[in-house]
Design a protein around this ligand. Sequence first.
Ligand code: HEC
Length: 179
Amino acid sequence: MRRCLLLLAVAACGLDDSLGRMSEQLKAKPQGEVAAFADGRVNRAPPPGTVPRERELDLERQVPPIGLSLLEKGRRRYDVACAPCHGLTGEADTLVAAHLKTKPPSLLESKVHEKSDEHVFTVITQGSGAMPAQPDIPPDERWGVAGYLRALQLSQRSKLEDAPPEMQAKLKAQEAKPR
Ligand code: HEC
């Protein structure tokens, strides 16, 4: 009987051991030492020239020519990356916005309207307060989004006479139609 108990105990230990091996496998711990590198340090210095993702490069800050195709790209990107919080028209009237602790501002209000394109570019790259940074958006598209934001703002601040004549006629016809 005693031998039996002993066997059981050994079997149980064996079980524990197999779990134990998972946490005790060979691995390098942060700040630790490792023989694989000449200086023995686990923490490696980033290669020369590495910059944090959020840091803007001078190259990125060069404004590309903003034409219709870049604005179109900007709109597509805005609709995906910004509209969930700021709304398709910029008015921040979304379900997501309603549930955020810090409310996203309407991008049409003067406070935002008065800011430069460079400012919007930086807000996208680095974030701003509760707004997350989105450095993964390619730089030219960040400029495109800034440009599209201008278009959104203009669309809410313009008079009918500011539109090209053919567009004015179209808009008037639309207005005349009963909804
Ligand atoms: C997850 C929600 C969210 C997304 C997505 C988002 N924003 Fe924001 N945004 C916010 C919030 C919240 C604030 C207010 C931040 C604060 O005051 O702390 C803000 C503020 C701003 C401001 C004013 C900030 C300032 O310093 O002038 C601009 C401009 C802006 N967002 C543009 C954008 C653009 C462009 C995009 C898309 C690339 C975008 N946001 C995507 C939530 C979001």
